[in-house]
Design a binder for this molecule. Structure first.
Ligand SMILES: [Zn+2]
Length: 206
């Protein structure tokens, strides 16, 4: 596994937001990417609670090895999807609607992804995906998560780690009083505290 990937924090509270947060910052033009290629995408998704099972991940890795060019094309689409979702959720966190172009793109992507769901009967019926060998499977899962969050997530709990001290990561604030401000204290909150402390010291002439 690549070293960046092993360090990544999943603090978004949902699969689609954790996917959006796969670069170190949304504000810093020199931000680093955590996912370098399709196999990283699989590894990352395997590490998510509602991500990929080990068997499917291994199977898809084999398909990717057999079709490297197709896997690279899917990974390029995944990057575009990541940027699209970043814009859509950042707008929503600010109480804005997405641009018409982004809404169109999201509609196209979501409709195509969700067309691969099949109802599976059982004590409780559930959705499954129609094709375990499709390289697009990670994109479908991310899109299903995004649709779910847009439909059922509480808008006031969708937040963005704030500029200038924060990183722009998006997260669902599940705290009781909705007081969460940072993606995580370790990554952004502590740095902001230190900077505020130093500023106060400077202001006090200390
Ligand atoms: Zn942050």
């Amino acid at each position: 596994m690549n070293a960046e990937l092993a360090r990544i924090e999943r603090v978004g509270g949902s699969l689609c937001l954790d996917f959006v947060n796969t670069r170190t910052s949304h504000f810093d033009p020199a931000a680093r990417e955590y996912l370098a290629g399709y196999v990283d995408l699989l590894e990352w998704l395997r590490g998510c609670d509602d991500g990929l099972g080990a068997r499917t991940a291994t199977q898809l890795a084999a398909v990717a090895r057999a079709h490297p060019r197709r896997a690279a094309a899917v990974f390029a689409r995944a990057r575009e999807l990541r940027d699209l979702l970043q814009r859509v959720f950042a707008a929503r966190a600010e109480g804005r609607a997405p641009t018409p172009a982004d809404l169109d793109a999201l509609n196209r992507e979501a409709a195509a992804a969700l067309a691969h769901r099949r109802l599976e009967p059982g004590a409780h019926w559930h959705w499954r995906w129609d094709d375990d060998d499709a390289l697009e499977r990670p994109l479908w899962q991310v899109l299903a998560s995004a649709v779910e969050l847009l439909q059922h997530g509480e808008p006031a709990r969708l937040k963005q780690c704030p500029a200038p001290d924060g990183c722009g990561w998006l997260f669902h604030d599940g705290s009781k009083n909705q007081t969460r401000r940072w993606c995580s204290m370790r990554m952004c909150g502590n740095g902001a505290k230190v900077r505020r402390f130093q500023q106060r010291k400077r202001d006090a002439g200390g």
